[in-house]
Design a protein around this ligand. Structure first.
Ligand code: NAP
Length: 343
């Protein structure tokens, strides 16, 4: 079948290095930049792609590429941000999937619409945010989410997903499970409450705001940016994909047993009675901070982040992750789950 007259260019042997925040030097056999919903929905009829495996790429900030990709990488460049509606209690704002997440958060604040400030400086795009339900400093994106639009790659159908259909969990959603690889998210709508309430109870943020008698959303945004800059590596300087492991959650009973053996263990009780453990602390206790395998290493200021010190491969990062998982299992009898998507 002939492809549409405005079909995007099919690029060959395309380097994915600028499209993954680890900076792994891998190539895709082909790549295509998608800058509109129309282009996304025509992909299924594009004869040039027949039989090819497709990989949708946002900012590549939650991805471990272990080898060259023998298919077509679809690079989502759909732009645009706008306020689409307002009611007594909230504003609805929409952004194209290709918008830079941090830029979008800054824009909402500039519009006088707070609510996303705790999620400042998270790398990646708006379209990638729902996939792992990004979260930081006591706020998850899912809490501000209204709906998203996506294109089903196999059929070109445009489909809307509400919050329930996205099945958000802790760094998790439908798009990491049954929906994995099947959709291209094209835009996301957020509901930002007009009655703003600060979330400033995470220790690092509370400390950064100390002394201020009152503060606004911009002050929280600034605090989050300052704390992240001080603690987390900038992927443009030192490749990484943010937290590499999820914080494990254990039962109250398992926690009691663990605490008898490890009285200093860092933990956060959950409303359902279970206990969240700080994965970074567990890794640090096993002596991994600053150590590595080849060019892959555990960040020296935050043990939850694995970094590419230069020339690392995805396979080395996974080898390092496996060694860390084994050590944590042996010492604490706790399973660490890898958070980014591996390919
Ligand atoms: P931190 O302040 O060193 O704390 C370590 C862990 O303890 C965090 O991961 C956090 O879990 C948990 N924690 C801290 N204070 C808590 C509280 N008051 N109540 C409940 N749990 C608490 O954390 P960090 O590593 O520098 O990261 C700061 C925040 O940014 C965290 O929320 C972290 O998840 C987020 N972050 C996310 C990513 C990612 O998803 N890729 C990357 C970097 C940082 P939670 O993770 O459940 O919040």
């Amino acid at each position: 079948m002939p492809h549409a007259s405005h079909a995007p260019e099919l690029l060959d042997a395309h380097s994915l290095r600028p499209h993954n925040t680890f900076g792994f030097d891998v190539r895709a056999r082909h790549a295509m930049k998608i800058d509109s919903v129309e282009a996304a929905s025509l992909l299924c009829r594009d004869g040039r792609l027949a039989g090819m495996t497709q990989l949708v790429l946002g900012g590549g900030s939650n991805l471990v590429l272990t080898r060259d990709f023998d298919g077509v990488a679809l690079i989502v460049n759909i732009e645009g941000k706008r306020v689409i509606a307002e009611d007594a209690g909230s504003w609805l704002v929409e952004a194209g999937a290709g918008e830079n997440w941090h830029g979008f958060v800054a824009w909402t604040l500039a519009q006088g619409m707070p609510g996303l400030e705790n999620l400042a400086l998270i790398p990646g795009t708006v379209g990638a945010a729902p996939i792992q339900n990004i979260g930081a400093y006591g706020l998850e994106m899912g809490e501000r989410f209204e709906r998203l639009s996506a294109v089903e790659l196999a059929t070109g159908a445009r489909i809307e997903f509400d919050r329930a259909q996205c099945a958000f969990g802790y760094r998790d959603s439908f798009f990491k499970r049954a929906g994995r690889g099947r959709f291209m998210i094209t835009s996301v709508v957020f509901r930002l409450p007009k009655r703003w309430q600060p979330r400033a109870d995470y220790a690092d943020i509370a400390r950064a705001l100390e002394g201020a008698s009152s503060y606004d959303a911009q002050a929280i945004f600034d605090a989050v940016v300052a704390v992240r800059r001080a603690k987390l590596p900038d992927w443009t300087v030192l490749g990484n994909a943010g937290s590499f492991f999820k914080n494990p959650v254990v039962s109250a009973q398992a926690f009691d047993t663990l605490r008898q053996r490890e009285p200093g263990i860092v933990s956060y009780p959950q409303v359902d009675g279970s206990v969240k453990l700080a994965a970074g602390w567990l890794i640090d206790q096993c002596g991994w901070k600053g150590r590595g395998v080849g060019g892959a290493a555990v960040h020296d200021r935050q043990a939850l982040v694995l970094v590419n010190r230069g020339g690392a491969t995805g396979a080395q990062v996974l080898e390092l992750a496996g060694a860390i998982q084994r050590d944590v299992r042996a010492r604490f009898d706790v399973e660490l789950e890898i958070e980014p998507v591996t390919l």
